[in-house]
Design a binder for this molecule. Sequence first.
Ligand SMILES: *Cc1c(COP(=O)(O)O)cnc(C)c1O
Length: 381
Amino acid sequence: MPDRVLRAISYPTIDHRGPEFQELAHTVLARVKTVVKTEQPVVIYPASGTGAWEAALVNTLSPGDRVLMAETGHFASLWREMAERLGLAVEVMPGEWGHGADPGAIGARLAEDKAKEIKAVCIVHNETSTGVTSRMAEIRKAIDGAGHPALFMADTISSLASIDYRQDEWGVDVTVAGSQKGLMLPPGLSFNGVSEKALAASKAARLPKSFWGWEPMLEANRNGMFPYTPATNLLFGLREALVMLLDEEGLDNVFARHDRHAEATRQAVNAWGLEVLCADPREYSSSLTAVKMPAGHDADALRRLILERFDMSLGNGLGKLAGTVFRIGHLGSFNDVTLAGTLSGVEMGLRLAGVPISASGVEAALKSMASAAQPAKAAAE
Ligand SMILES: *Cc1c(COP(=O)(O)O)cnc(C)c1O
């Protein structure tokens, strides 16, 4: 998180029914659409990402509706469990953790569904537990290829503003996002990008909802208001983060920066002689890299040591990956020097933990960053 964003958040809370707030709301509601790459409304909740998951489902679906969800990792499993608790009939496309959702398998399943019983296809764009980015444009093509009318929903909580994402172009009906990852904010805001088709579906959807209802939200938003108290100070932070992302760096440069850091991280992992969990280079994540721990070594012991010695917190293995994987985050307000520091901490930790490494990953990463193409903006100047 940039200090500038923190400072923006520290501005005194204003009356959320007054004209100064209305201007703030109009600004962030309009500008966040550019990040989601949509012309359609984006709803902002005072909630963590999990709230926006729930909102996506309860606004568009009815009890017993069949939804197709791809098993990509821990976050996809949590979304699935939520859908089951809400009374939806979830059909899971099985998948190996380390792979993204399979467009071919989704297309084939939808083509079989002659009665069009499947009402939604729900995909985690960037699976944060494995460091795998699913190929959303190809999944859209597969849905279209099957001629299937299901809604397409995307969890972009760890991809938005880090990895290219295009709601309108990819025909996504509901985008789910959160504040605390690529948007460089603290936790506490979440988002639903809502297509016209999703809005139409919401008129007939019968799952109970109150706090999450889009309609009162959209109606109040038109006037720069919220139906209940918004997270005013986080919206100050969002306004500042949007200035940095859209006006100063530019989204394409933001994505290119994340791509470079992900590539340098993979170079480091390869030089160490370790293995990246993501099995398909087309699906490498640019926001984080999950690294497999060699047999006989405990990833959580390594993480603990690095936290104690270097005050640096690595992501843990989630769900069935507990103890066997650690995750290096390289998203948000991050530059070459931050990544160099991060990888240095990992390398020192590996040495201290007695994990055998074949060469310096830091050196490989520095070489990669120094030789990688400069961001588009610099190149054009
Ligand atoms: C972080 C994350 C979530 C959970 O969001 P919360 O803000 O913790 O509720 C869900 N999905 C993905 C892909 C995530 O990275």
